[in-house]
Design a protein around this ligand. Structure first.
Ligand code: FES
Length: 889
């Protein structure tokens, strides 16, 4: 067929049933993204004859004779399209994976549609932003400032690439002779593979290899990535004969196309011995329960049994006691770029992997151990990563990819489908949390007890870490002499749980913060009063679990300010009268240690270049966390220049020795601190060399944007570079950080809601989030992180839920059936910042990527309780659940 793309004529013969998206990507239009393959997410939106279409649903053959425009062709000779310009001005993106599709939709909106954005943007999902920055962009609101460095809304370095579709994500790369890998997954929750007949699959023309348990290395590993591999039990094989959840890998087929690889999977004949499965964590604790791992004495994967003070005496002496049990469900990260990687062997026999990961260095190390290769024979580099939220702190694809590369000697790509993302990656740990609070007559806490049952699923990845972290800070935020925690992470024959934004805190926070409101009711205190009475104050011990690492300090403290800000904003909101609706308010607060325990390492190196710009090497990845902007700002501040002069390279194991990774909200506080140290070291080096060369005292030497002054002399940096080089000096600075001591950050969430007894509908009328983020390096970006965290948590609190059928398989593995918030689902978030400066963080900053998620469910439950008297103890708070409480009224 003949057709036009971005004004250029093409001829192609689409494969039968091929969609326009795959054809466009084959033609190199990588701005057209694959997010779902089902017309649900809109990341693939293009214009056909001026009309926006989801190109994954649009048959390629229908493009015949038509004019297609992709994001790459939206700009014209006069410059960027206004929609592209607006997305830069408002920074209407975080990871940017949805942005091309979002802009293509926005660019086609007419006046009537612009007035109805919630409807007009129904077909475009964004998991990162909470949509406010997107609404700002479409409204033409500008936030960015190209000026001084820290404290201003500097635009992301990738802005232009994101809005033009030229920024390269993981799969936006052409590789000759690329093979494709597909995985056959188990329909059974518990089984033993007695045989796999591969003959029919291998006979299919184009199939290059079939991988089974016979091909897999014998070493067990954990998919979880932590600085210390011993944090997670090694219980996983690349391909295992024992199946422990429906969706687990059975075999893989590598072929010249995805279609042939799929056909190969369908041709495999697998014989299973089906075994009894246990899917409920309570059942898994029974002595006769089927064992998930035969080498464990029970299905318990991790435990905490800790007491500080004397809990029995504390409760015996209490005037007020509250007990309750709260349940949090499984939810999916739903980053728009699914898990995946592409890799090859270079001419030296070195493995080169391009992966969508938050932990390139730790993944390299794990692969080296697994395949018994020297570390320097594996290099991992990230393109831009399309979201992670903790999900990519796992090695879920690179292991099988490397096996396929070694087996075939060819370049191989493995990209999870959206269905696999739901049914075969990881999820948030579902938890049951029993909480008991005791208080004296004045409402002062005397004892807190937690009993947690966490369903870690089939494998132990993150089981212990999530359990510990989840219990720790939710308790530490309260000053109380007597605290008891018993907690268990239990294996079941279900999808593995894993790292998820908040790392266990959202589930425990839900229980404790709801319980505090119930205690307040008993004690006759309002929710703010009881928290102020009992919250930790600067100087209080930062310990709740007896074997907690003791390296947490008050680098700053802003919890009191957050409560004040939230209370003032809530009080200034009038209580409306809505006939047929009940109105209520609720709050919850949360705390997070700013860095994971037991070491989190980063190194940054910065060079002055001959152009007078600086090249910065950072180990941690950019996956929507905004680190590329923050690092440029921190380096520019230290070097008295503009962020535009900092050229940043991230997440490449070939360029730096080690980086623990972009997880635990460490992109600013650990990696950023390394960058700040590196830039300061370079600044000192430049000034001391200037003082030496030009024989001027050091105090009279200063750095400026493009020159250095030594007394009355002003030397352009380009010239200075040549002088220094001629003297044999290395113009670089290096910064190392080991992630200790750690500080604390706080969040307070407040809601005003309306609840309709006739329908069960909950409407959020006011949504206020106060954050103690230390010195905010980039207010626009930090606001975006908070809005995105609140949005994701509102989805989790209100409707998101992974469902399972009777076989233990995920029964809603698509965006259509697993509802993530769309534009229309979200209220405006008012973001307020406490005024603090952290003495441990870079330029006074603290982490603020995960923690906004944590207090949302509790604040919402508390607001609903205030409105209706009903205490919701299980998320999600669906309209049906709420309605069921009113049915007998
Ligand atoms: Fe929208 Fe990441 S910015 S999905």
């Amino acid at each position: 067929m003949k057709f036009h793309v971005n004004g250029e004529g093409f001829e192609a013969t689409p494969a039968p049933g091929q969609c326009l998206r795959t054809l466009l990507r084959e033609l190199g239009m990588f701005g057209v993204k694959k997010g779902c393959d089902a017309g649900d997410c809109g990341a693939c939106t293009v214009h056909v004859d001026g009309n926006p279409v989801h190109s994954c649903l649009y048959p390629a053959i229908r493009a015949q004779g038509r004019h297609t425009t992709t994001i790459e062709g939206l700009a014209n000779k006069h410059g960027l399209h206004p929609a592209q310009q607006s997305f830069i001005q408002a920074q209407g993106f975080q990871c940017g994976f949805c942005t091309a599709g979002m802009i293509m939709t926005a660019a086609a909106l007419n006046q009537a549609q612009l007035a109805e954005l919630p409807v007009a943007l129904k077909g475009n999902l964004c998991r990162c932003t909470g949509y406010r920055a997107i609404a700002d962009a479409i409204a033409g609101i500008s936030h960015i400032k190209n000026g001084v460095a820290c404290g201003t809304n500097v635009p992301a370095p990738a802005s232009h690439g994101i809005v033009t579709g030229t920024e390269r994500f993981t799969f936006d790369i052409e590789i000759d002779g690329l093979l494709h890998l597909k995985i056959l997954r188990s329909p059974y929750a518990h089984a033993f593979i007695t045989a796999i007949d591969t003959a029919a699959a291998l006979a299919i023309p184009g199939v290059a290899a079939v991988l089974t348990y016979e091909d897999a290395p014998p070493h067990k590993f954990s998919t979880a990535r932590h600085q210390d591999p011993a944090d997670d039990r090694p219980d996983t094989l690349v391909l295992d004969r024992v199946i422990r959840f429906a969706g687990q890998r059975v075999a893989a087929v590598v072929a010249i196309s995805e279609k042939i690889a799929e056909a190969g999977c369908n041709a495999l004949k697998v014989t299973y011995e089906i075994l009894p499965a246990v899917t409920d964590p309570h059942d898994a604790l029974k002595p006769d329960a089927p064992r998930v791992h035969a080498d464990l004495p029970s299905n318990i994967s991790a435990t905490i049994d800790s007491e500080i003070g004397d809990i029995k005496t504390a409760f015996a002496a209490a005037t007020h006691i509250y007990e309750g049990t709260y349940h949090s469900q499984r939810i999916q990260h739903a980053h728009l770029e699914t898990h995946g990687a592409v890799g090859w062997l270079d001419e030296t026999g070195t493995l080169r992997i391009r992966s969508s990961t938050q932990t390139p260095f730790l993944t390299r190390d794990a692969l080296a151990t697994l395949f018994e290769l020297p570390r320097d024979k594996i290099h991992i580099a990230c393109g831009r990563v399309g979201g992670g939220f903790g999900g990519k702190q796992e090695m879920l694809v690179e292991d099988i990819l490397v096996l396929a590369i070694i087996k075939t000697g060819k370049p191989v790509k493995y990209e999870m489908t959206r269905a696999e993302q739901f049914s075969a990656s990881t999820s948030r740990h579902p938890m049951e949390v029993y909480v008991k609070l005791g208080a004296d007559i004045n409402g002062v806490l005397t004892g807190i007890e937690l009993n947690v049952l966490s369903n870690t699923g089939a494998y132990a990845n993150h089981a212990a870490g999530v359990l510990f972290h989840g219990c720790n800070e939710s308790l530490t935020i309260y000053r109380c002499a007597n605290k008891r925690v018993t907690a268990r992470a239990v294996h079941t024959h279900t999808l593995p749980s894993g790292a998820f934004r908040g790392y266990g805190l959202s589930q425990t926070n839900f229980a404790i913060e709801c319980a505090m409101d119930e205690l307040a009711q008993q004690a006759g205190l309002n929710p703010f009063r009881i928290r102020r009475l009992n919250m930790i104050r600067e100087g209080d011990p930062l310990i709740s679990i007896s074997d907690n690492p003791h390296d947490v300090e008050y680098g700053s403290y802003g919890l009191d300010q957050c409560l004040d800000l939230a209370e003032q904003a809530l009080s200034a909101t009038p209580m409306p009268v809505l006939p047929g609706w009940r109105i209520g308010r609720g709050i919850a607060m949360g705390m997070i240690d700013t860095i994971p325990p037991r070491g989190h390492f980063s190194t940054s190196i910065i060079h002055l270049t001959e152009t007078g710009d600086y090249e910065l090497e950072v180990g941690s990845a950019e996956f929507g966390n905004g680190t590329s902007t923050i690092h440029a700002q921190l380096a520019a501040t230290a070097l008295s220049t503009l962020p535009a002069h900092i050229k940043i390279q991230q997440a490449n194991t070939e360029r730096l020795e080690h980086d623990t990774g972009a997880f635990g909200s460490t992109g600013t506080v650990v990696a950023g601190l390394a960058t700040e140290r590196a830039a300061r070291a370079l600044a000192s080096k430049i000034l001391s060399l200037a003082s030496e060369y030009f024989e001027v005292s050091l105090e009279l030497c200063h750095l400026h944007s493009d020159h250095v002054t030594a007394g009355n002399l002003a030397i352009p940096l380009t010239e200075f570079f040549l002088v220094a080089k001629s003297h044999g000096h290395d113009l670089s600075g290096t910064g190392h950080v080991n992630g200790t001591p750690r500080s604390v950050a706080f969040n307070v969430q407040a809601f005003q809601v309306a609840v309709c007894p006739a329908s069960g509908k909950i409407s959020v009328l006011r949504n206020i989030h106060a954050a103690d983020a230390g010195q905010v390096i980039n207010p626009m970006q930090c606001r975006g992180q908070i809005e995105g965290g609140v949005a994701q948590a509102l989805g989790a609190a209100l409707f998101e839920q992974m469902l399972f059928d009777e076989t233990g398989a995920v029964s809603n593995p698509s965006f259509r059936n697993y509802h993530i918030p769309a534009f229309a689902d979200l209220p405006h978030t008012t973001v307020l910042f406490a005024d603090t400066f952290d003495c441990l963080g870079p330029s006074g900053a603290k982490s603020m990527s995960e923690s906004p998620f944590n207090p949302i469910a509790a604040a919402l439950s508390n607001a609903i309780r205030d409105a209706t008297g009903i205490r919701l103890t299980t998320t999600p708070f669906s309209a049906d659940t709420v309605f069921s409480h009113f049915i007998n009224e």
